[in-house]
Design a protein around this ligand. Sequence first.
Ligand code: ZN
Length: 124
Amino acid sequence: MESKVADAPPQYDEFCGPSKIPTETLYSSPPAAVITVQQPNVFMQGWTQTHLGPMSAMATCPSCQARQFTTVNHEPNTKTHLLALLICIMGGICCCCIPYCVKSCQTATHTCSSCGAYIGSHQN
Ligand SMILES: [Zn+2]
């Protein structure tokens, strides 16, 4: 059985020949370097603490990784006691409890509203 020879014009091959682009050299990439991923825990804690304010804020829990609004608890700090002592010395003994009622005089402690883990704190 004679096989039919394709009657393709030889000019076609000559036309396509020089236009062939060596794709191997174009798409050859250097071997991917093995990148060691470090634990971002320290970075995450620093990021959340810098963005936490006196009010509830959106933060990612470092414990359960839940991203939601934090639960804020205001606790008196050293500045609160000093301010109360100062008011008491100046004669306002009935007003010395004001710093304990004013939230801006206290430390805002942010905890996870899901698992209760400590996320950060804000102090004026
Ligand atoms: Zn949590």
